[in-house]
Structure formats: structure tokens, C-alpha cells
Design a protein around this ligand. Structure first.
Ligand code: LLP
Length: 421
């Protein structure tokens, strides 16, 4: 459920007409709903009720500080994957002891920054990285809390570019090797082992892969405890999918996911961390765009938008589906037509949808891409020197620009010209 609904024939974000924001801010822009963000975060928090837990929002999904502050105010922790994300989370006021640091290539500088600024734990992805964290921690005279990310070799049954839990993926250490790696970790004086980490992929639409992975984690917890390790924390990653296409079967709900966690891991008495990103932010954001031209092609009509693949890359990159709806609601039974919905970038891949049935549309009309809150703005680029588009946050009947559109001068002036030119 989200808070982008038609009222009196026009699309609202909570209590604000989307067309009003478009008139004020210009198109294209991203628009987030505070109520939806909060609701989705709480669904996870409530799903784990009764177990000690921390929901660490995977801020890679949508990392504007206004979004981070909204979630942090509810008690969210953050899952970060770079020094930049760590700095952003800190700037948004998230305390270090609520930040977990994931990712296969943490650099010395990133490790040092996190150890200096405070960190809940590093999720270690390889032995060389583990030794590096130990070395940096000792050089600072501190002890780094770690989990080791294990790769359970489970098929997440999702798009191959976002599956991470198979043995051929670059993530984690093979679960069969875990006892050996934990033995080495325990011997390194700069490290304190606090638990186990696992994350098998994103946009999972079934619970079974989670169940297989979590059962393996339960077995490993017992084996490691028998080896003398203190395993008090299990980080279970993110990955629960969202419904992108209305009318299709919806993925399992957070409450069902929480019940699965309790069933598979509850007996271990560990603190549970989860790292949801997409489910928190995905349906809490839309991308609003204006039709520049309607173009008649051969045997097909093109709807040319002012948004492009540089603003929302998911369709081009993963062939992802996003529902695209008119901002002015079509009357019931109104005529529909198939359109190829494209952006202005000079690539055929700049196509959002092919032969998509839409109500009759004219140049100047506004459309909204649903489910664009996660992996939307954060993956955008300035390809074709198209400025990064604004982000707007709505709360009830208020809205605020939380990232403004840069001017051409601001973009151009970032270049520096060598003296020989
Ligand atoms: N934890 C770790 C270690 C991750 O790598 C990810 C996502 C998450 C948590 C959050 O997963 P989520 O709950 O959002 O599924 N750009 C792609 C998605 C990439 C996901 C990368 N890792 C897309 O647009 O579909």
C-alpha cells in the first residue's frame, strides 16, 4: 500500500496534488511519501516484534538525507556500502552504533573512517578484507566488531544481476569454509566476532530461498558456538521484493518474512538485524514526467517523455517493469492505446515500455512512474548532460524540495580545463 492515490480525478501524493508540485518544481522529478516510508519501515519493525532486533535500512536504495532522517527518527539503523554512504548516514544524524558496513571492497580509508566515527559492525566479505580491518583497527588501538558474510549457495530466483547468494557470485565466503575463517578471525587481536551475515539477493518474490539460507545460518551458528565463538547477532540482509505490476501476484509480506525468521532462527536467542531497502523505499516514491511530443512511427506511436534512462535506469538495465499512469485520471472505460514510452537520450535502450496500453495521451500531459522510490534517484546520472532531477518529500499537505535541480552552470563548472588549453 502507498499514498499515491487519485482524488477528484487527479493524482495526489498524500494530500498534495502531484500537478501542483510539477508546476512549482518543473519536471521531471522524484516524489516521496513520508507516510509510505514510515509505514513500510514499521511493517518490518513489527514483523520482528518479540525478538531483539534492529532494522538497518539499506540506504543504497534511496539515500537522500531527508529520507534517512525520516527513518532514523523511527529508530532505524543503516546498512552502508561505501565511505560516502557512511558519511551521509552520519550527516543525517544516525549514530555509528546503528550503522552496519557491507560491501566486498572496503578500502583502508573507509575502514578507518568508520572505526573513528563509530560502527556497529563490519560485514566482512573475504579473508584479505578481514586482515585489513584487523590491521587498521590495531593501528588505531581499537577493536573492530565484525560478522562474516557467508555465501550459502542458494538460488534467490531473481534477476541474475541482483542475485548474490550463489557460489559463482562475488559476495561472502563459501559457507563450507566458514569455520576456518572464524577460527582465523578469533585469532586476530583487532577483531571481535559478533555474529554472522548473509544476503542472497534482491527483489525476491518467494520465501523459500530465504528459508534455505536461514536454515544454513542456524546450523552454522550452532557449529560456531561449539567451536567456542560468541555468536550473538545475525544479520539477514535485505531482499524482500515488492509488487511492481498491479494485478500480478504480490510477493510475501514482511509479517510472513518475520514469521519465517522466528521459525528458523528464533531458538538461537540472537539479536536479529535485517537490511531492507527496496521494500521500504520502492513504493514510497514516484517519478513524475511530462510528455514532450507524441510521435507517430511506423506501426507504433511513441510517447516521448522529458525523463530518460539517465533518470531511471532500471528498465534499460534490468528490463524492469514500472507501471506508468497518467496524473489526470482517465475516465472509466476511456479508450486506451499501445504506446512505446521513451526518453530523449540518444540510445534505443532509452525505452521505458514497449507497446504499453495507456489512455489516450497528448503532449504536455503528466505521467507518473510508480515504484520508483528505490534504486531510482540513486542510480541516476548526468548522461547527455542532463541535470540530476530534483527530489521532493511530501508529508501530509506539505512538501519540500530535498535535492534541487542543478543549473547548467553548476554542472559545467565542475570541469576544470588544463592550462595548456
Ligand atoms: N543488503 C545488502 C548487502 C545488499 O547488497 C542489498 C542490495 C540490500 C541489503 C538491500 O536489498 P533490497 O532489500 O533492496 O532488495 N539496483 C538493483 C538492486 C540492487 C540491490 C543491491 N543490493 C535494482 O534496481 O533492482
Amino acid at each position: 500500500m502507498d499514498h499515491f492515490l487519485y482524488k477528484d480525478g487527479t493524482l495526489f501524493a498524500e494530500d498534495v496534488p502531484v500537478a501542483e508540485i510539477a508546476a512549482q518544481v518543473g519536471t521531471p522529478f522524484y516524489c516521496y511519501s513520508t507516510a509510505t516510508l514510515e509505514r513500510h519501515f514499521r511493517l518490518f519493525d513489527e514483523a520482528l516484534e518479540g525478538m531483539p532486533h534492529l532494522v538497518c535500512y539499506a540506504m543504497k536504495a534511496a539515500s537522500n538525507q531527508a529520507i534517512l532522517k525520516t527513518l532514523a527518527a523511527l529508530g532505524a539503523g543503516m546498512d552502508v556500502v561505501s565511505g560516502g554512504e557512511y558519511a551521509r548516514a552520519k550527516a543525517a544524524g544516525v549514530p555509528g552504533d546503528r550503522i552496519v558496513f557491507s560491501g566486498v571492497g572496503k578500502t583502508e580509508e573507509e575502514i578507518r573512517a568508520a572505526l573513528t566515527g563509530g560502527i556497529r559492525q563490519f560485514n566482512v566479505e573475504s579473508e584479505p578484507e578481514m586482515r585489513e580491518i584487523d590491521r587498521v583497527a590495531r593501528s588505531l588501538g581499537v577493536v573492530a566488531p565484525i560478522t562474516v558474510r557467508v555465501n550459502p549457495d542458494v538460488d534467490a530466483k531473481t534477476h541474475e544481476k541482483i542475485a548474490t547468494g550463489k557460489s559463482e557470485n562475488k559476495f561472502g565466503i563459501p559457507i563450507a569454509k566458514a569455520r576456518q575463517v572464524y577460527a582465523e578471525a578469533a585469532a586476530l587481536p583487532g577483531l571481535k566476532v559478533v555474529g554472522i551475515d548473509v544476503h542472497i539477493g534482491s527483489q525476491l518474490t518467494e520465501l523459500e530461498p530465504f528459508e534455505l539460507a536461514y536454515k544454513k545460518v542456524a546450523e552454522l551458528t550452532e557449529a560456531l558456538r561449539a567451536d567456542g565463538h560468541e555468536i550473538t547477532r545475525l544479520d539477514l540482509g535485505g531482499g524482500l521484493g515488492i509488487p511492481y505490476e498491479r494485478g500480478n501476484t504480490a510477493p510475501p509480506l514482511p509479517i510472513e518474512y518475520g514469521a519465517l525468521i522466528k521459525r528458523t532462527l528464533g531458538h538461537l536467542g540472537c539479536e536479529i538485524e535485517i537490511e531492507p531497502g527496496r521494500l521500504v523505499a520502492g513504493n514510497a516514491g514516484i517519478l513524475v514526467s511530462r510528455v514532450i511530443y507524441m510521435k507517430e512511427g511506423e506501426g507504433r506511436d511513441f510517447m516521448i517523455l522529458d525523463a530518460a534512462m539517465n533518470d531511471l535506469v532500471r528498465p534499460a538495465m534490468y528490463s524492469a517493469h514500472h507501471d506508468i499512469i497518467p496524473v489526470v485520471e482517465a475516465e472509466a472505460g476511456a479508450e486506451q492505446k499501445p504506446y512505446d514510452i521513451v526518453g530523449p537520450v540518444c540510445e534505443s535502450g532509452d525505452t521505458f515500455a514497449k507497446q504499453r496500453n495507456m489512455p489516450l495521451t497528448a503532449a504536455g500531459d503528466l505521467v507518473a512512474f510508480r515504484s520508483a522510490g528505490a534504486y531510482g534517484a540513486v542510480m541516476s546520472s548526468e548522461y547527455n548532460t542532463r541535470p540530476l532531477i530534483p527530489e521532493v518529500l511530501v508529508k501530509d499537505d506539505q512538501y519540500a524540495v530535498i535535492r534541487k535541480r542543478p543549473t547548467f552552470d553548476e554542472i559545467i563548472n565542475r570541469d576544470t580545463i588544463p592550462e595548456w588549453l
